[in-house]
Ligand binder design. Sequence first.
Ligand code: SF4
Length: 383
Amino acid sequence: MLSVRSIFRPLRHSRHPTSFLHSAASPSSSPSSAAAIEAERAIREGPRQDWTRPEITDVYQSPLLDLLFHGAEVHRHAHNFREVQQCTLLSIKTGGCSEDCSYCPQSSRYQTGLKAQKLMNKDAVLEAAKRAKEAGSTRFCMGAAWRDTVGRKTNFNQILDYVKEIRGMGMEVCCTLGMLEKEQAAELKKAGLTAYNHNLDTSREYYSNVITTRSYDERLKTLEHVQKAGIHVCSGGIIGLGEAEEDRVGLLHTLATLPKHPESVPVNALVAVKGTPLEDQKLQPVEIWEMVRMIATARIVMPKAMVRLSAGRVRFSMAEQTLCFMAGANSIFTGEKLLTTPNNDYDADQQMFKLLGLTPKPPSFGEETEDCQQEPAAVSGSG
Ligand code: SF4
C-alpha cells in the first residue's frame, strides 16, 4: 500500500508567500489524501497531541476539495454542524500599547491615527455586554491593548469585576489583556473567566518578523498559566503576514501539540491598516482558498476546538463564508467592530444564518479540568 508520504510531493521549504494553488496527486496514484486518512483517524481515535510537522503539512497540502470535504466530515462528528457561536469582542482599553506587533494599529509605535483611551467604565462595558447578548452573542470578549497586566492592579481589579458581572448575565466571558502571570490567571479563574485569548500569531520561525518586543516562549508561558489555572485557552493566528506555507503549518503544529488542544482557535486574515508596517503587505487580501485550507487543517488536527472565523471575515461574501463553515469553522465575531477594525453587518449575518440554516450556539460552561481530549470524537448536540 502506498504511504501518505509517498503519495504527496515533498514540501518546498521556500520562504515565499504561499499560493492557494496546490498540485493534487493524480487519481490513479492517489487512493486517499492525507486529509482523508487523518480525518478518519481523528473520528476513530479522537484528538491527539503527537502530531509531527510533516503529518500536518501533508494534511494542509491535500487537494483542496478533499481537504474541505474531510474537514466537514470531522466537524460533523465532533460538533453540531448547524451551530455557530456568535461572540462579541469589545476593546475596553484602546491604543497606546508599548508592543510592536507589526499588524496592529493599537501599537503606540505606529502613526495610525488611533487615539489612546483609558479603560472603559463599568456601566459602558456592561451595557455593551447586554446589547451583545440581546443580539445573540453567547461569548463576550474584552480586549485591552497592554503588554501585560503587571503593575495595573486597579485596572485589573476593575476587569475582575466586569468578568463576574458578565458571567452573572449567563454569558461566556473571555479576556485578552496581554501576557499573564500565574497569580493573575488564578484570579481571573476565580472571577469566573471562561477563556483567555493569547494568539501565537504565526510560526516560531517567522515570529520575529512580526513582533520583537516579546518572545514566542513568553507567549507559550502565558498559555501555560492559563491552562494550569483551569481557564480555556483561546489561541490562533493571522494569515497574510508574509509568512510561507510552512509557517502556517508551524503555527498549527505548535497549537496541536500543546499539552491540551486550545478550546478555541481563531483564524484571522490580515486586515492591513494604514500606518502599520504591514500596510502595504503584498498578496493582499488573503484568498478565500487560503482561509479554507487553514480552517480545514485546524479542524482535522484539533477536532474538538472551536475554530473561529475572525478578522478579515468582513471581506468575504456569504458564499465564501459558507465554504469556511463547511471546512469546519463554527464561530464568528459579531458587532460593529472587531477591536478597532470594521466588522460584518448585523442584518447580513442574521440573513446568512437564516439562509444557511445555522443556529446560534448556546453558551457552554463545561469545566476546563474535564479532560475530554482522549475520548473518541462523537456526534454530539453541542460543540
Ligand atoms: S496586538 Fe496587542 S500586544 Fe500587540 S501591539 Fe496590538 S494591542 Fe499591543
